[in-house]
Design a protein around this ligand. Sequence first.
Ligand SMILES: Nc1ncnc2c1ncn2[C@@H]1O[C@H](COP(=O)(O)OP(=O)(O)OP(=O)(O)O)[C@@H](O)[C@H]1O
Length: 305
Amino acid sequence: MRSTPVARARGISKWFGQVIALDEVDFDVAAGQVHGLVGPNGAGKTTLLGLLLGLARPDAGALEILGSPTRHTLEVPVGVAGFVDGPSLYPALSARQNLAALASLRGTYKASAVDDALEQVGLSDVADNRARGFSLGMRQRLGLAAALLTNPRLLILDEPSNGLDPAGKQHVHQVIRTLSDDGVAVVLSSHRMDDVAALCTDVTLLATGRVVFTGPLAKLAAESDETDYRVLTSDAAKAAVVAADTPGLRIIESGETLVVRGPVLAIDHLVIRLVGAGVALRELTPVMSPLEAAFLALTHTEPPL
Ligand SMILES: Nc1ncnc2c1ncn2[C@@H]1O[C@H](COP(=O)(O)OP(=O)(O)OP(=O)(O)O)[C@@H](O)[C@H]1O
């Protein structure tokens, strides 16, 4: 028997005045899944995270968290923790005092649990420093520690890698992986496909409030059969002429560097034609990962050149 999804949305819509932020969204998250929410600016990621956190209610559709329909009041559903738009912290209190205050408010304060949470996110050394002086990355980590204190079954994180240095990012990624191994479902938003690729098992791609893809990460990569390649040759001008004449290829950029877009077969033909035309190929490099290519294809956005 399949276990109950940790979160299940069917046809949820959310309006802000005339703007539709979520348009009949279906969304499933299972225990242990690390589910990435990606999409261009304004796609509806934060709005969906807010609904999962009980910060707002859908205007239409059904949303169940841990098997229960979300209520009509605004409150964080039991078993859910996390934050959107950065964690709420008391700037005048230290990291330790912030966590102690939050746990005391819930009536669950235990000094050892606070120490554990700080240790997990790598903030033990600065536990007694005031949050006011914390960098964005440190505030993100403290917000994560606050969420961990509640032993959530569903953790919601908005851009968790924001402001983190590479070591901090690795640390936070490891915390998320451990939670997932323990069966916690994690839903996170990100603008970075490399973060999503490193962390997520599943991904939902939103564009102007609609789901344009949802499923395993590996399936998303297969959604686009076109990739951009940078082509360096011995004769840039002649290479551009050959590329323009190759069926299935589009020239994205020409000049010293030639960038072309097309399916792998068309790229093969380009290489054969270049060599046939006496142009030496010095470099052929994909400009973006298959995930980024799928993102751009499905959201109809163009890569920056
Ligand atoms: N409180 C609000 N009042 C009015 N409009 C809102 C509000 N919150 C979101 N919106 C609108 O809803 C749409 C979705 O916004 P949302 O913040 O969910 O997108 P996002 O994918 O998180 O974007 P970003 O990547 O820029 O953070 C946007 O058009 C946004 O302007």
